[in-house]
Each structure stands twice: as structure tokens, then as C-alpha cells.
Design a binder for this molecule. Structure first.
Ligand code: SF4
Length: 463
């Protein structure tokens, strides 16, 4: 099977386990700067309305609220039991849409809609219907739009999913992480298997066409045997997609992770064994390895997009719709189109203050150079297609690949010797264990990595 990865050499993975970006964007977020302002953002939106611009929009909405804190959480979220805060926040999302939508040519429609968090399913069914209606009123949504939502099955009832289906959502992603009660207690996310199963069953009954389940390895008290049981149980769900994330213990970035005791974490060797076991079990049970933590059934759109070379990476990971301009709404959300990245403030009062003053809540941003576009293309194609023809890049960017990327190709040589890539006169092909080390391969083409990592650790580890 094409998606199978056989005979994983754990020693080799260990050799390449180092801090590195996930390349959901290039350049990566640490390059974003406050020099890019709300006024810049406004001007850039207006400038997108040219006849040659992509008519498609991708809309991301960030819902930060959760009712409890999972200690492993790496998201931008706020814990609250006060549901009035959600109401207030949704009001500000509408203010933000009212600021952005009039700047975008009205014929442009959203082909992609994503609600992330936090916990979007923490909204009540009425709140779901109401904010979804406001989004549709502000932006035309294509009839065949890919509309996905992140779900936390705890405290969720069937009416939540009914409201989401009514709002047009056809995909969902549900966090499971681990079925073991001991592990769940240690990360403060107690989620009985019957709760997850019930929500999954509702999702199927209600006609969600693609369901993704998230697992996480590297959590406290996980053992090879316990995680094997979790993987075994998840296979029985028969989900369309499974994502298996490596827990990134970065308490210097996420102070609440100090609630996890380092001595309870599995060793790096054990984590690699868990990764190997997971990949082998999933690929032997009908899933294709897409890349970077993601697995999908061969008939899922993700697998088909990979085969058709239309796979793309964005802030949600792999995506099947390339070319749309991304607009992010809500605190911390990121927009990306043409030459710019623009990120809203992560500070909720600041987000509210900006919108009250009639300003975009842009806090950081970045203006891409020609070299950034070139490197972004190379990195994205390698991570999505697992190969790159030099001629394609040379034609698209009018460069001499061997000359421009002489240093990157030199850096790739040891990876080629270790059997991660094949280098030829005409291109690069990711092979064997290289598929598990895509970040390391991409890092050779990153012009900023050395500068960014010289002073302090800012990225999670690659394996
Ligand atoms: S539910 Fe999700 S976003 Fe909220 S704390 Fe848990 S992992 Fe973080």
C-alpha cells in the first residue's frame, strides 16, 4: 500500500529529533512583527480586489473559550464557565466581520470555512445558529464549501451537532488524545470512551461527511501497551482521518504545562516506539500516511488531494483547497493572502478595544519578499507532494535552482546519505523515513531558521 511505511528505524528518527517549525506557514510566525499595522492590513485587503485575484475565500473563526483546562493544551484559549462571555465575544466577531466584509469584492465567496479554538462546540446550539447566520450574512458561502469544526465531545449534546449541520458544517474534528483513564486524569481531560463514541455516532447519523479524530502521544503515564490499546480502539471507529500529534512540552511558551510533571512523561525513546507502533498499526489497518501526523482513508479527500497534487498546508495543517485568500476572525487568528500575513492580538481586552475603536485588531504581521514566496513554494510542495522537480520551480520563479539553493542542497546531502531523500540532477524525492522527517527536510530551505533559533528555543521538536 502506498501509504504504508515499513521498518521504521527508531535510531534514525532519534538522530533527527531537534527543534523545528511545523511550516503551517512560511516564513514562520516568530518572524511576524508589530511594524505591520492595522492600517497596513486594511490597505492590503482593499488591494486584493483585482481582476486577476483568486475569487475564493477561506474563512477561519477562532472561538477561544473552554470549560476546563487540558494541561497539554497548546492552543490560544481561555477557561470560563460564564457563558455570557461567549455571547459578548460573538458580538465582537460580528463587529470584525462588519469591518472586513465591505472591503472585499462582493462576488468573492468562501469555499472553505473553519471554526477552531478553544472549543467552538462550547457554544450553545442557539449561539451556533446565530453566529453561523451572521457569517453567511457577511460573506457568500459556496454551496460545496468545505466547512469544518473542532469538537470537544465532553458536555456536548446532539442538538449542538444538529445546529452545526444546520449551519452547513460537513466535517468535524474531535479530540480524543488517549482512552486510558490514568492518562486522562493526569492531563485533566476526563473523557469516557462512551462519550466519544456517542458523539461520533451522532456525527455519522447527522451526515458529517468527513470525521477526523485526534490522538496525542508523549502524554504523562502513557506506555507502549496503553497507547497501543488506544490506537486499537480508535481504529475500530473507522474514522475518515486520524491525526496523531506529538505532545510538545514547551512550558516556557505555555506556562500551564508546568502542571504536567516532567518525570511523568514518557522518555524520548518510548515516544519514538509509540510513534513507530502507531504508524505501523494505522497503515496496516487501511489508513494512508499523508505526512506530518496525518492519516486518512484512501477514499478521503485528503488522500485524493495528495494523489492529485493539490494538497496544501495552512494553519490547520493539511488542506485540500489551495489558492483561497485566508481571513482569520477572532483573537489570535491569522489572515494570509498575496504578500501578507496578519495576526490579531492574543489579548482579549485588546481585541475588544480595537474593534470598539473601529480598527482591525492586527497585532503582528509580515510582508513577504520574492525570496519568501520561492522558499514557501519549495517547502509546501516537498511537504505535500513529497517531491520537487527543479524545472517546475525554475519556470515558475525564473531562477537557476542549483545556484539559488546550492547551500540547501549541500545541507540535504547527509539526509540523502541516511536515506531520507533522493537527490538527482532534476529534483528531490522524499523517501522511506524521510516521510516522517518532513520538517527536517524543509528546514534546509528555511532562510531564517538559524537566526531564529540562535538565541532561545522557540520551536517544538521534530519527532
Ligand atoms: S479543549 Fe482543546 S483548546 Fe480547550 S484546553 Fe483542552 S486542548 Fe485546549
Amino acid at each position: 500500500m502506498e501509504g504504508a511505511i515499513a521498518n521504521i528505524d527508531v535510531g534514525l528518527l532519534k538522530k533527527y529529533d531537534r527543534p523545528g517549525p511545523r511550516y503551517t506557514s512560511y516564513p514562520t510566525a516568530p518572524l511576524f512583527t508589530p511594524a505591520f499595522t492595522a492600517d497596513d492590513f486594511r490597505r492590503e485587503i482593499i488591494a486584493t480586489n483585482t481582476p486577476d485575484a483568486s475569487p475564493d475565500l477561506s474563512l477561519y473563526f477562532h472561538f477561544p473559550f473552554c470549560d476546563t483546562l487540558c494541561y497539554f493544551c497548546g492552543c490560544t484559549m481561555l477557561v470560563t464557565r460564564d457563558r455570557k462571555r461567549i455571547e459578548e465575544y460573538n458580538g465582537y466577531l460580528q463587529k470584525e466581520m462588519a469591518l472586513v466584509a465591505p472591503l472585499i469584492a462582493p462576488h468573492r465567496q468562501a469555499t472553505q470555512l473553519h471554526w477552531g479554538g478553544g472549543t467552538p462546540s462550547y457554544l450553545s446550539p442557539d449561539q451556533i445558529v446565530s453566529i453561523a447566520g451572521a457569517i453567511r450574512a457577511a460573506f457568500p458561502i459556496a454551496a460545496d464549501a468545505e466547512a469544518s469544526v473542532e469538537i470537544d465531545p465532553r458536555e456536548l449534546a446532539r442538538p449542538h451537532l444538529e445546529a452545526l449541520r444546520q449551519a452547513g458544517f460537513n466535517r468535524m474534528s474531535m479530540g480524543i488524545q488517549d482512552f486510558d483513564p490514568h492518562v486522562q486524569a493526569a492531563v485533566n481531560r476526563v473523557q469516557p470512551p462512551e462519550v466519544s463514541r456517542q458523539v461520533y455516532t451522532w456525527a455519522r447519523e447527522l451526515g458529517f461527511t468527513s470525521v477526523n479524530l485526534d490522538l496525542m502521544y508523549g502524554l504523562p503515564f502513557q506506555t507502549l501497551a496503553s497507547f497501543e490499546r488506544t490506537v486499537h480502539d480508535i481504529i475500530a471507529y473507522d474514522a475518515d482521518r486520524i491525526a496523531v500529534f506529538n505532545y510538545a512540552h514547551v512550558p516556557w511558551l505555555k506556562p500551564h504545562q508546568r502542571l504536567i510533571r516532567p518525570e511523568d512523561l514518557p522518555s524520548p525513546e518510548l515516544k519514538l516506539d509509540m510513534l513507530k507502533m502507531t504508524i505501523e498499526m494505522l497503515t496496516q489497518n487501511g489508513y494512508e500516511y499523508i505526512g506530518m501526523d496525518h492519516f486518512a482513508k484512501p477514499d478521503d479527500e485528503l488522500s485524493r488531494a495528495r494523489a492529485a497534487r493539490t494538497l496544501y498546508r495552512n494553519f490547520q495543517g493539511y488542506s485540500t483547497r489551495a489558492g483561497a485568500d485566508l481571513y482569520g476572525f477572532g483573537m489570535s487568528s491569522i489572515s494570509h493572502f498575496r504578500n501578507v500575513y496578519a495576526q490579531n492580538t492574543k489579548n482579549l481586552p485588546e481585541y475588544y478595544r480595537a474593534l470598539d475603536a473601529g480598527r482591525h485588531a492586527t497585532h503582528l504581521g509580515y510582508r513577504m519578499t520574492g525570496d519568501d514566496h520561492l522558499r514557501k513554494f519549495v517547502i509546501m510542495r516537498l511537504m505535500c507532494d513529497l517531491e520537487l522537480e527543479f524545472a517546475t520551480v525554475e519556470q515558475k520563479f525564473r531562477i537557476d535552482f542549483l545556484k539559488v539553493f546550492a547551500r540547501a542542497l549541500e545541507e540535504l546531502k547527509p539526509l540523502a546519505s541516511d536515506g531520507l531523500v533522493e537527490l538527482s540532477d532534476s529534483g528531490i524525492r522524499v523517501v522511506g523515513p524521510g516521510r516522517l522527517l518532513l520538517r527536517n527536510i524543509a528546514m534546509c530551505f528555511d532562510a531564517y531558521l538559524e537566526r531564529l533559533t540562535r538565541e532561545k528555543p522557540i520551536f517544538s521538536r521534530t519527532v
